[in-house]
Write a protein that binds this ligand. Structure first.
Ligand code: NAP
Length: 258
C-alpha cells in the first residue's frame, strides 16, 4: 500500500507519525517537500517516506491520496491535479462535501471525508469518517478510534466536536495559570492537573458510565463543586458554549451545502 499526502501540515504529519508507530503494512508514504520542517522531520523518522516537490508526483505514486490542505487552497490545487479511477481519496478538508470532491478528483469514485486530530501521532485520535470504507477505517483505527458518520449532516455535527480542542486546552490553561499566579510551582501545577484530568477521563471509559449521575455525585451539598457549577450556570457559561457550537455547525453546513 502506497499512501500520498498533499499538504504535509499539522494534521497530515500527526497521521503519518501515528501510522509509522503502528503496525500498518505500508510500503511507501509520499509527502511534499513543502511544509519544509515537517517534511524533514518525517524523512528522518522512516525510510518509507519519500518527498516530492510536485503534488502530481505524490498522486502518481500513491494508491490512497490524503488531502491535508487548508480549505482556501484545496479546491484551487485539486483542479490542477490528475487522478486515476483506481485511487482512493481521503479528504481532511472540512468545507468540501463528497459531491464537490467527486468533481475535483474525477474520475475517482472512492472518496472519504476524515477528521483525524493531532493526537493521531500518539494513537489517540478519534477520527470521524464518512462514508464508511473498510480499508480507510482500519487505517485510522491504528491511530486511535473511528466513528463512522451516518450521513453528511451527522458528519458535520461530529466535526463540531473537533472545534472544542483549543477551548478545552484554554480551560485547562486557565486552571494552570490560576495555580502559577498563586505561587504553586510549574512542576506541581502540571502534576496536579495531569493526574486530575487523566483520572476524570478514566471514569468515562468505565462501562455504563453515566455523566448525569457523575455530575451529581461530584457535588457535595453546599460544597465548592456545587458552588462553582451553580455560579457558572448563573453566568450562562454552558448556554454560551451550546449556542456557539450551533454556530460552528451552521458554518460547516453552509460550506458543505455549496
Ligand atoms: N488541525 C486539525 O486538528 C484538523 C483536524 C481535522 C481536519 N483538519 C483539516 O485538515 C486540513 C489541514 O489542516 P492543518 O491543521 O494540517 O493545516 P496546516 O498545518 O496549515 O497544513 C496545510 C499544509 O498545506 C501546505 N500547502 C499549502 N499549499 C500547498 C500546495 N499548493 N501544495 C502542497 N502543500 C501545500 C502548507 O505548506 P506551507 O506551510 O509550506 O505553506 C501546510 O503545511 C484543513 O483543511 C483542516 O480544516 C485539521
Amino acid at each position: 500500500m502506497k499512501l500520498g499526502f498533499i499538504g504535509t501540515g499539522t494534521i497530515a504529519t500527526s497521521v503519518i507519525e501515528g501510522l509509522l508507530k503502528s503496525k500498518a503494512k505500508i510500503g511507501q508514504i509520499n509527502i511534499s517537500t513543502r511544509s519544509y520542517k515537517n517534511s524533514i522531520k518525517l524523512r528522518k523518522k522512516s525510510k518509507k517516506i519519500r518527498a516530492y516537490s510536485e503534488n502530481q508526483d505524490i498522486i502518481n505514486n500513491s494508491s490512497i491520496v490524503f488531502i491535508g490542505l487548508l480549505p482556501k487552497v484545496a479546491s484551487k490545487e485539486l483542479k490542477t491535479c490528475q487522478f486515476k479511477k483506481s485511487q482512493t481519496i481521503v479528504s481532511f478538508v472540512s468545507t468540501l462535501n463528497i459531491k464537490s470532491l467527486k468533481k475535483l478528483c474525477n474520475p475517482v469514485k472512492k472518496i472519504v471525508k476524515a477528521a483525524p486530530l493531532p493526537m493521531a501521532s500518539d494513537g489517540l485520535s478519534p477520527t470521524i469518517i464518512y462514508p464508511n470504507h473498510k480499508l480507510i477505517k482500519s487505517l485510522f483505527e491504528l491511530t486511535g478510534s473511528v466513528i463512522v458518520a451516518k450521513n453528511e449532516n451527522q458528519n458535520n455535527h461530529l466535526w463540531v466536536m473537533s472545534s472544542f480542542m483549543a477551548t478545552y486546552a484554554s480551560i485547562i490553561n486557565l486552571l494552570k495559570k490560576y495555580l502559577l499566579k498563586n505561587k504553586v510551582n510549574n512542576e506541581d501545577a502540571n502534576k496536579y492537573l495531569n493526574i486530575f484530568l487523566t483520572g476524570m477521563l478514566f471514569e468515562f471509559n468505565h462501562q455504563n458510565f453515566d455523566l448525569n449521575k457523575s455530575i451529581k455525585s461530584l457535588q457535595t451539598r453546599g460544597g465548592i463543586n456545587e458552588e462553582l457549577l451553580k455560579r457558572l450556570q448563573k453566568d450562562k457559561f454552558f448556554k454560551k458554549i451550546d449556542v456557539n457550537l450551533k454556530k460552528i455547525f451552521l458554518r460547516l453546513k453552509k460550506a458543505n451545502d455549496k
